[in-house]
Design a protein around this ligand. Structure first.
Ligand SMILES: Nc1ncnc2c1ncn2[C@@H]1O[C@H](COP(=O)(O)OP(=O)(O)OP(=O)(O)O)[C@@H](O)[C@H]1O
Ligand SMILES: [Mg+2]
Length: 374
């Protein structure tokens, strides 16, 4: 059992600058949580405070309800796996995995049993006598995980454990880690700046920026309800289009008059939600995948795009262009592959639009809905 709770946790180093500031987070036992954010936002520092490798400057860390602020790392019963997993080069896989248990004086028969179990779990059974130099990156990564698993910790903290691997191996290990979490049922906190890892692996993601926890929620919940432009941009690749505009009253209700671009009608279903914005400046957020080559719904709105670049990824085409004078990115299916210089019509689905405050960047709540928790 390991529920983990951070209460107003902050970290300052010598100069008094905050690396992590006032983080509040409650992780129930068994949850798979991902800390996501750009380089330097405080992900590793937060993880290291939970592990006890870094002192907590302000606030309280509770594990299973007990204050852990001054408990030594070895007494927290938490395993940490880092990006550089530092296996002992002169030891075999089995010896690497056994090392921690041996140091604790665990019985030899028990060590062997645990190694056999976790090697089977991780598909390492045929590699136990190899030295790390004779393993691939992914296999080494699994040994590092195995070394953590044999300790039977109450929680796992993983700091960018897959960032040394190639794309294919990463995808494979992502699936392995999801299965591993399901089988072990242990609390896992996983740090990454890769939004694909966050979207596919986490029960819940925690988005950090400049030491602050900006938004937490299930991946799709956050994707569909970003609290501000930072979260909206961070969670999509290619990034969401952010277009300055004004809400105006026009034919059949409210429209968004884009600055330097056309006017787009707000979806019928959202008209009432945004009635309070009439006349105001706002920022429209619309994702590249919400543009389509064909009109499939009557309310999808045609816009004319002058194509300036095309990236063909096989299954899809990422097309950059201008909408009047506005730069915009759209994502089209593999069958729609324009050429640079083409002028084409694409259809915008107005339903998933997001409106943000032009000054703060915070989402403008829809009147009829609950605002996302910040
Ligand atoms: N020992 C230290 N002394 C002073 N400042 C530090 C120390 N360790 C980290 N920092 C600062 O704290 C901030 C957060 O660092 P942290 O390592 O937690 O970032 P991160 O989100 O893990 O980034 P990355 O994705 O690059 O690993 C950074 O501004 C960093 O420079
Ligand atoms: Mg880090």
């Amino acid at each position: 059992m390991a529920s983990i709770e951070l209460q107003s946790v902050s970290k300052t180093y010598n100069q008094g600058q905050y690396s992590v500031r006032d983080v509040n987070l409650s992780i129930p036992d068994g949850e798979f949580v991902i800390f996501l954010g750009p380089s330097g936002c405080g992900k590793s520092t937060t993880l290291r405070m939970i592990a006890g490798l870094e002192s907590i400057s302000e606030g309280t860390l509770l594990i299973d309800g007990k204050n852990m602020n001054n408990v030594a790392p070895r007494d927290r019963n938490i395993a940490v796996v880092f990006q550089s997993y530092a296996l002992y080069p002169h030891m075999t896989v089995a010896e690497n995995m056994a090392f921690g248990l041996k140091m604790r004086g665990t019985d030899k028969a028990i060590i062997e049993k645990k190694i056999a179990e976790s090697a089977a779990l991780l598909g390492l059974d045929k590699l136990l006598n190899r030295k790390p130099a004779m393993l691939s990156g992914g296999q080494r990564q699994r040994v590092a995980l195995g070394r953590a698993i044999v300790r039977e910790p109450q929680a796992f903290l993983l700091d960018e454990p897959l960032s040394n691997l190639d794309a294919q191996l990463r995808a494979e290990m992502r699936r392995e880690l999801i299965k591993l979490h399901q089988r072990l049922g242990k609390t896992m906190i996983y740090v990454t700046h890769d939004q694909v890892e966050a979207m596919t692996m986490a029960d819940r993601i925690c988005i950090m920026r400049d030491g602050h926890l900006i938004q937490t929620g299930a991946p799709l919940e956050v994707y569909e309800n970003p609290a501000n432009t930072f979260v909206a941009k961070f969670l999509s690749s290619p990034p969401i289009n952010l277009l300055a505009c004004r809400v105006i009253k026009g034919e059949n209700g409210l429209w968004l008059q884009l600055e330097g671009g056309p006017a787009l009608r707000i979806a019928e279903t959202a008209q009432a939600d945004y009635a309070h914005l009439a006349g105001q400046a706002t920022v429209l957020g619309i994702r590249p995948e919400d543009f389509h080559a064909q009109q499939q719904q009557p309310d999808w709105q045609p816009v004319t795009l002058d194509v300036t670049s095309v990236e063909s990824l096989g299954a899809e085409n990422i097309v950059s262009g201008t909408l009047d004078t506005l730069p915009i990115i759209v994502r089209l299916d593999q069958h729609t592959r324009p050429r640079v210089g083409d002028t084409m019509t694409v259809f915008m689905d107005p339903t998933p639009l997001h409106l943000f405050d032009p000054v703060s960047g915070d989402v403008v709540p829809r009147r009829s809905r609950r605002s996302p928790n910040a």
